[in-house]
Design a protein around this ligand. Structure first.
Ligand SMILES: [Zn+2]
Ligand SMILES: [Zn+2]
Length: 421
């Protein structure tokens, strides 16, 4: 079964940024930023296993003390991820208290923190209540491709953004979930067994339909072995449920570089949580404060092809005028005028030329693309395209040199040339 995940912007659109991602069946949660968390009851704080901090401005980090206080003597461990300087900030926060009694607390509540550098190397340190929260070094790590956390069911990816200081944006990506119909396998004369692991891997890697799958199982008649084409199993015995993608982006300047990076991070997101701090009319102020306007957020959401957009981090100067911010964002998001389209295209990721050494999906002209022919098993095909080994979600646009490409069910479709400028 697919885990039920719910996301909650704890302090609404005007309060401190805090996004609580709850895995309701697993008694587990992820937290994105830790501004004021006074509205989260202790039982919810205790479920948090991983805390992702975009940057350490107070409105994003001041709630750490309350989280720590609730977890002391109760929680086993909390992992934290933050931008450059994060380990020092955390160490100083912990050094602000007197810890002469904590060694008597039950358990040994441990903070394991990673500080991410723009080259995706990570410094790591541990702080244990049993050790009076003195900093203990841990081996560093490499977060290839910006992936901070990779588990069988999901991953969390980061992107470096510019807020005058480095600031991290995050995307939670649930992996495609493969359900096996046992009764349909039985109709095919097959039985379940460890071979299903190989099958699921082949599906996850989006292998070709003619890939042979070695089906082996034991029963009272002994050992059985057969080879069945992946396409046949996909069509008859599998149900592939695409995973959800939730992106969280806040505290960024309205620059083309930031827009391109966010569009890439949030490409095809089911929900994009994005700051929309000021109205476009106050754009000069937004630039000084290194925040997005609602119109900029709307254009970025459009470039990312996000299905749903939730704006937040509204400036308190607009209390009572919330509707204006939302309307401005939606107008920019819906605007399809040529000038707007060009502005959107400017923000798309530039992927360069295809490298023959890496995995690339075919690139075809728009006139050649036939959705029926390209994809007979429309429902079961993994909705991604590859460019130089990287997977892009269905519907994502990228620029390869001067060409504009769109991901359509496993192939890149040329959407015309862009004038070089
Ligand atoms: Zn902020
Ligand atoms: Zn900030």
């Amino acid at each position: 079964m697919r885990p039920a995940i719910s996301a909650e912007l704890v302090n609404g659109a005007f309060g401190d940024p805090v996004l609580y991602l709850d895995f309701r069946d697993a008694r587990r949660a992820l937290l994105f930023d830790v501004g004021d968390v006074g509205l989260l009851p202790p039982r919810k704080l205790l479920r948090i296993t991983d805390l992702f901090v975009s940057h350490t401005h107070m409105d994003h980090f001041a709630g750490f003390d309350r989280l720590l206080r609730v977890c002391l003597g109760r929680g086993p461990r909390l992992r934290l991820y933050g931008p450059p300087g994060f380990l020092e900030r955390l160490e100083h926060k912990l050094a602000a208290y007197t810890w002469n009694l904590v060694h008597r607390y039950p358990g040994d509540f441990t903070l394991e923190a990673r500080e991410i550098a723009p080259d995706w190397s990570a410094r790591a340190a541990r702080f244990r209540s049993g050790g009076a929260f003195a900093r203990e070094p841990l081996p560093g790590a490499q977060c290839a491709g910006g992936v901070l956390l990779d588990e069988p069911a999901f991953r969390v990816r980061a992107e470096f953004l510019d807020h005058g200081i480095p600031c991290l944006g995050f995307a939670f990506e649930e992996k495609a979930h493969v359900n096996v119909w046992k009764n349909r396998l039985a109709e095919m004369g097959l039985a379940v067994g460890p071979w299903l692991r190989e099958l699921k891997r082949a599906v996850a890697e989006d292998r070709a339909d003619d890939t042979p799958i070695r089906v082996r199982w034991h029963d009272h008649e002994g050992a059985h072995e057969r080879h069945v084409a992946l396409g046949e199993l996909r069509a008859r015995a599998l149900q592939i449920v695409p995973g959800q993608k939730i992106a969280y982006v806040t505290d960024v300047r309205g620059t083309p570089e930031n827009a391109a990076r966010i569009a890439r991070l949030a490409a095809g997101a089911d929900v994009l949580y994005i700051e929309a701090v000021f109205l476009e009319a106050d754009g000069a102020h937004a630039e000084r404060k290194q925040h997005l306007t609602a119109a900029q957020a709307g254009r970025i959401a459009r470039a990312a092809r996000a299905r749903n957009v939730v704006p937040f981090h509204f400036s308190p100067r607009y209390l009572g005028r919330e509707a204006e911010l939302r309307a401005e964002l939606e107008r920019a998001r819906a605007d399809t005028t040529d000038a707007q389209e060009m502005a959107v295209k400017e923000t798309l990721p530039q992927v360069g030329a295809p490298d023959p050494e890496l995995k690339n999906s075919p690139i075809i002209d728009e006139g050649e693309y036939d959705p029926e022919e390209a994809s007979p098993g429309l429902e079961t095909e993994a909705p991604v395209c590859y460019f130089n080994g990287e997977a892009f979600a269905l519907g994502t646009y990228v620029r390869s040199g001067s060409e504009l490409l769109k991901c359509e069910r496993g192939v890149w479709v040329r959407k015309g040339e862009q004038r070089p400028d």
